[in-house]
Design a protein around this ligand. Structure first.
Ligand code: PMT
Length: 293
């Protein structure tokens, strides 16, 4: 039809404004297709949540025409993070027990990699300090591979003075074995004990640096999510924190979707369940506003 042929032939920057029933929007086929469009550089405007023409309530409403007009106009202005240097941590860390065993967690890196891509799309130069994950590096992003929390700390602290925005999305192990044994441990005894010592707190060190970037953490919690996240915001001296309820298997660790609450001084903004890439784009936009205000 005219629209699809025009779309294929057109070399200009493209945007879509989805409008559909909430179940259609939540369907895996729609979410996968939206991810393909984003990967091809298409900007997605909306959808909004609320009452729908069919009587359902949820995500899928077209944005209001005036809002669409404003967002379309914004496409011709500078991007939210033009000229900014962004440093992001992603994935798990591995803490060696011996040459063949380690302590780690279920982080896949999906959320941190999505943030790196969104920050790059928003005009930033992005360094992604990544624990071991099975994801390709987003185009245009510089990736630094690390394994342990100490390596992640070193890679971050080397770069922190040259960073405008730091986002700590990695699931950093709080403890490591006191000694990483050089040879494989043999199973001679019925039980064994491993003494653990505290790892450095990377994000607290970033927030305490002399030349401090705008510092944003994640709080992965299974209960009292908002109050624990607020506690971390204050204790770690952060500018903002993203509260992530990881007790729900559909969001958080290794899922394709996520649902979070963005917290800062005087701000508590719930972001509904959506694909991690769409959430990352929304978060980067909100964080750029927080930085500017
Ligand atoms: O990778 P995915 O599978 O996509 O999953 C995403 C996620 C669930 C890992 C992500 O959304 C998330 O919540 N990341 C933070 C995980 C975490 O370790 O949270 P925490 O509440 O334990 O730590 C709070 C903050 O301190 C985090 O920003 C963390 O990066 C930072 N931290 C923690 C310990 C430490 N030694 N150094 C740190 O910098």
């Amino acid at each position: 039809d005219l629209l699809s042929t025009l779309w294929l032939a057109c070399q200009a920057k493209k945007a879509v404004a989805p409008a559909m029933n909430q179940a259609m929007w939540a369907d895996a086929a729609t979410l996968a297709n939206m991810d393909v469009l984003r990967q091809r550089g298409v900007t997605v405007l909306g959808p909004a949540a609320g009452e729908q023409a069919c009587g359902d309530v949820g995500l899928g409403r077209m944005l209001e025409p005036t809002e669409l007009a404003d967002l379309a106009e914004a496409q011709f202005q500078g991007r939210a993070l033009d000229g900014k240097r962004v440093l992001i941590t992603a994935g798990p860390t591995r803490e060696a027990i011996d040459p063949v065993r380690y302590i780690s967690n279920h982080s896949s890196g999906k959320m941190g990699y999505a943030l790196a891509r969104a920050a790059c799309d928003a005009g930033a130069s992005v360094v992604l300090v990544s624990g071991p994950v099975a994801l390709p590096c987003p185009e245009g992003v510089e990736r630094v591979d690390v394994s342990s929390a100490q390596e992640m700390y070193d890679a971050v602290m080397q770069r922190v003075a040259r960073t405008d925005l730091f986002i700590g999305c990695a699931a950093v192990a709080d403890y490591r074995p006191a000694q990483a044994v050089e040879q494989k441990i043999k199973k001679n005894a019925e039980t064994m004990q491993i003494e653990l010592v505290r790892n450095p707190d990377i994000i607290s060190a970033v927030a305490g640096a002399e030349k401090r970037p705008f510092t944003v953490g994640f709080a992965a919690e299974t209960q009292d999510v908002i109050s624990y996240a607020r506690g971390k915001l204050e204790r770690k001296n952060l500018d903002a924190i993203i509260a992530n309820d990881v007790s729900d298997a559909g969001i958080g660790f290794n899922s394709d979707q996520n649902e979070v609450v963005l917290l800062a001084a005087g701000l508590e903004q719930a972001l509904p369940r959506m694909g991690k890439q769409q959430l990352a784009t929304t978060l980067i936009d909100r964080l750029a506003h927080c930085m500017a205000s």
